[in-house]
Design a binder for this molecule. Structure first.
Ligand code: ZN
Length: 199
């Protein structure tokens, strides 16, 4: 399926993601660090920048649209993303200490598209979420950042903020959907050795 609205536009309002990182293996659901709230980022230093560079390299190597620090086994509230919105614009950024704001009342419309997670690879099921979201937090320099998105970007901002809280999308679906998800994941397992997507 092609998207007639797709453009080559890339929006990186707070600057590009660091590109000098190394690909790390992706931590899977079941690892303790993925299922408890992460520690807030307090030091906006070189080691944070270096972690974010590795997260960026790992996200691209896995063909993902977002990745949180716990997905490389690091207990910190930070995520990176490079994700299209409904108009096909790619929005790129990093958010430390994210807080998500979702529409309420009449503005709240659920979108039940397929969702997947790099930490449970090879599996997708529907997950209903609000169709727009705003995330506020801090950038790599500690200054405030804010991103608002619809379409896949809204889903991504919510999914990645969830990771920083120790929530995976398997926690947000029915037992029946979880079983379907597990079946797909088990079938695809040979394609995703534990070192994936690192060499
Ligand atoms: Zn995920």
């Amino acid at each position: 399926m092609s998207d007639p609205a797709a453009t080559d536009a890339v929006l990186a309002p707070y600057g590009p993601l660091p590109t000098d990182g190394s690909t790390r293996p992706i931590t899977r659901w079941g690892a303790e660090v993925m299922h408890r709230p992460q520690q807030p980022v307090t030091d906006f230093d070189e080691s944070l920048r270096s972690l974010v560079a590795d997260m960026t390299a790992t996200m691209y190597a896995a063909d993902g649209v977002g990745l949180a620090a716990c997905q490389v086994g690091v207990d910190l509230q930070v995520f990176v993303f490079d994700c299209p919105d409904d108009a096909g614009r790619r929005v790129v950024g990093v958010v430390c200490n994210p807080e998500v704001e979702l529409p309420e009342g009449r503005d709240r419309r659920l979108d039940a598209d397929d969702e997947g997670c790099l930490s449970f690879p090879g599996a997708y099921v529907e997950c209903a979420r609000p169709d727009t979201a705003t995330v506020r937090g801090q950038g790599l320099d500690g200054q405030p950042v804010e991103f608002t998105g619809d379409g896949l970007l809204a889903r991504c901002l919510q999914h990645e903020t969830d990771h920083t809280r120790g929530i995976v999308f398997g926690d947000r679906i029915s037992e029946k959907a979880r079983k379907k998800l597990r079946k797909q994941h088990d079938k695809a397992a040979p394609d995703y050795p534990l070192s994936w997507p690192a060499e």
